[in-house]
Design a protein around this ligand. Sequence first.
Ligand SMILES: NC(=O)c1ccc[n+]([C@@H]2O[C@H](COP(=O)([O-])OP(=O)(O)OC[C@H]3O[C@@H](n4cnc5c(N)ncnc54)[C@H](O)[C@@H]3O)[C@@H](O)[C@H]2O)c1
Length: 416
Amino acid sequence: MLNFGRARSQPRPNRSLSLGGMDYPDLKRKNGYVGKIILAASLTVLCIIMLKQSPSFNTSSVFSLHEAGVTHVLVTGGAGYIGSHATMRLLRDQYRVTIVDNLSRGNIGAVKVLQEMFPEPGRLQFIYADLGNAKAVNKIFSENAFDAVMHFAAVAYVGESTLEPLRYYHNITSNTLVVLEAMAAHGVKTLIYSSTCATYGEPDKMPITEETPQVPINPYGKAKKMAEDIILDFSKNSDMAVMILRYFNVIGSDPDGRLGEAPRPELREHGRISGACFDAARGIITGLKVKGTDYKTADGTCVRDYIDVTDLVDAHVKALEKAQPKKVGIYNVGTGRGRSVKEFVEACKKATGVDIKVDYLPRRPGDYAEVYSDPTKIGLELNWTAKYTDLQESLRMAWRWQKAHRNGYGTVAASA
Ligand SMILES: NC(=O)c1ccc[n+]([C@@H]2O[C@H](COP(=O)([O-])OP(=O)(O)OC[C@H]3O[C@@H](n4cnc5c(N)ncnc54)[C@H](O)[C@@H]3O)[C@@H](O)[C@H]2O)c1
């Protein structure tokens, strides 16, 4: 640079002779440069105008900027059962939502329903990505201005976790670490974490409070407990606001009938009791297999605390609203009432109107006899109580969606 400038500023000895031979091509080159610059500038302006007119440009720019008065929530696993219901509630409450999901277990159909309900630019975007891919996750955080994260994404079947433990530690524990690292690196300060009553194992004393020792007895519960520990250790030296919600057994679906629970058919054998009841009522399976009749419970079948998904997502919104920097809130989310599997099956028969055949089989590995919550703490601190506590009614709402969506989100049944 220096040499070039000095050379040009010095007088040229043969200026008059050389002018004709040198300056003419210089002038041509200069004109060429000017032309190229004008062309490049015009093309750039044209591209910007075209991009600005495209909806995707407007949408992505909105998602990448913090906006006063708008809370942008990253919902991991938002194509899944609980994540999709949470997204619907957040959008109804005027939050901005980005769903990140690898669709390994969730349904793009649920995302489409939400996009149809909230088509306005800047409300909802879907990003297909695997949380195990730290590079991809980091890119998502660098391109989007999140204010909070609701981390739902996980594999979540107790029975499957006993068969494929490594998958569970990777998907739950390791991926939570990836999410947390990305949050720390990009200054996202609020985390609502989906944990589970499976982290308590099989305590001697019921109901389970948040002080009940966590002694998980299957890889699913252990992986969630490890993820909790990572979050808690990190939060000790951070100003992050953390809420850990330990859900009990989630049932039901959106009362307006837009969303439902639609696990992959191949997961049926690991599936949850409500899915199995509905499959039996629809004749997809011949009947119900109740595993374990010799537990130390009133009727010998397992006792669980069933929480309606609408109540559960309400707890998430309340947790988000009350999350405080440098503070950790840990809450059980349950009704406080245990129901036996036999009771559940009877409620399911009534809700579906089908006399479901029931087979009683030996215990399933990894199951525990009796689990129900003490929800006092969440009531006092977050002003939350379960409202949808009529088991039959929750199942009736879920059954309505199931009947109308015989192939899950694939197609809508004509008779709906
Ligand atoms: N359903 C229950 O009864 C229950 C009870 C306690 C806790 N939970 C927790 O709630 C959360 C949601 O459960 P759900 O019942 O909605 O499950 P779900 O399988 O319906 O949804 C999980 C979603 O996460 C996605 N996902 C999984 N791994 C991913 C990955 N690596 N990258 C990106 N996306 C990924 C799946 O595709 C799916 O859409 C889980 O963390 C689960 O452990 C559920």
